[in-house]
Design a binder for this molecule. Structure first.
Ligand SMILES: Nc1ncnc2c1ncn2[C@@H]1O[C@H](COP(=O)(O)OP(=O)(O)OP(=O)(O)O)[C@@H](O)[C@H]1O
Length: 346
């Protein structure tokens, strides 16, 4: 387990995930399994933001859903502030003592809010259940949360269909922060919004994170958004973490050819493309491996990798420390799972 070293000394991480696995039935005879998340380990310190990136289908939402305890892993452990969350099955997690401390923000607030509840009722409902508030204290706490996300009081009594996308996103955020969480899991929180509103909501999320000292797990397709919002990043490919570490190190000095391809595709303000990743990205054209019962001894990226050698078909690479550019002393290590990446050997 990676321990975060802070200026106060060695602090245990808020979240420590080890060996998380989730498979789904893929039918067939003999029965086959789709490996959505396949042995994921990482830690997240209090107040830090971790971005989870990768192409569609790589397992980001499944991982987020396990962390939010909406679904059970097949194997692995999720330690939150030293408590094993997997000890309580997902179907009973709504009543677990830690429920208030981990909240989720969904992709489309309009879909995730009850159409029959007004904005203030939507915020008050979980507050009553999780924090035991009632009457005037409940109304006051819900109104405070809506104030915090700058929803005008004149809109508190509106139903979801009477609110704009941006206003709905604010209600979704208020609902998540109202119970006083320490960990916020955000699954593509702005991808359903217009670009102009996206920037405003992202800034609001970042301000809330800093003011409330929240740890955030931020799932996004958009690498620019992750780079802006998160100090650390986890890159997933077909259920496995292929690279992780400080966002600047991972995006500026990608060690895995898959990350290099993703980073090359990030549009830059100066109109140039990342020199480093471009050749690999151009050649990342093969068919992806199937997630159904993949070969456990073969690198998952091998069929699309322009650099692959025989070893990639014989042994699954594991995450290894990389000699990237120097980062802050308390930054997490930069790791990549590639036989060809220039690890430090440490
Ligand atoms: N309930 C389910 N039953 C069967 N397969 C599933 C289920 N949920 C997810 N999967 C499969 O698991 C894999 C990972 O899906 P997941 O939604 O976690 O990926 P993702 O990276 O979040 O994708 P996206 O960015 O498109 O949301 C995919 O192959 C998906 O089809």
């Amino acid at each position: 387990m990676t321990i975060a070293i802070t200026s106060q000394g060695v602090a245990p991480p808020l979240l420590a995930v080890t060996g998380l696995v989730k498979t789904f039935s893929a039918g067939g005879r003999p029965p086959q399994r789709l490996h959505a998340v396949d042995g994921v380990d990482f830690t997240l310190a209090r107040g830090q933001a971790l971005g989870l990136v990768g192409e569609s289908g790589c397992g980001k939402s499944t991982l987020a859903a396990m962390l939010a305890r909406l679904t059970d892993p097949d194997r692995g452990r999720i330690l939150f502030d030293g408590v094993d969350l997997t000890a309580v099955p997902a179907r009973r997690a709504a009543h677990a003592p830690w429920r208030r401390r981990i909240q989720m923000v969904f992709q489309d607030a309009g879909d995730s809010l009850d159409p029959r509840l007004t904005a203030i009722e939507a915020v008050a409902r979980p507050l009553a259940r999780l924090n035991g508030l009632k009457g005037a204290a409940l109304t006051r706490a819900a109104a405070e949360a809506l104030d915090r996300v700058y929803l005008p009081a004149s809109l508190f009594g509106r139903l979801p269909h009477q609110l704009s996308g941006g206003q709905l996103a604010r209600v979704g955020l208020a609902r998540a922060i109202a119970p006083g969480p320490e960990l916020l899991i955000l699954d593509e929180p702005t991808s359903a919004l217009d670009v102009s509103i996206q920037a405003v909501i992202l800034r609001l999320i970042d301000d809330l994170r800093r003011e409330l000292g929240l740890a955030c797990l931020f799932v996004s397709h958009d690498l620019n958004v992750v780079r802006m919002m998160c100090g650390q990043v986890l890159v997933m490919y077909l259920g496995r973490v292929v690279e992780q570490g400080p966002a600047d190190a991972v995006f500026d000095h990608p060690a895995h050819p898959y990350t290099a391809g993703l980073a090359a595709a990030i549009p830059r303000l100066d109109g140039l493309r990342h020199e480093r990743g471009t050749p690999v990205a151009r050649r990342m054209t093969g068919e992806p491996m199937s997630p159904i019962d993949p070969d456990p001894d073969r690198c998952r990226f091998d069929p699309r990798c322009p650099l692959a050698v025989d070893l990639c078909r014989q042994r699954m690479p594991v995450l290894t420390p990389q000699a990237s550019a120097p980062t802050a002393p308390d930054a997490p290590p930069h790791l990549a799972a590639c036989h060809l990446a220039g690890g430090t050997g440490g």
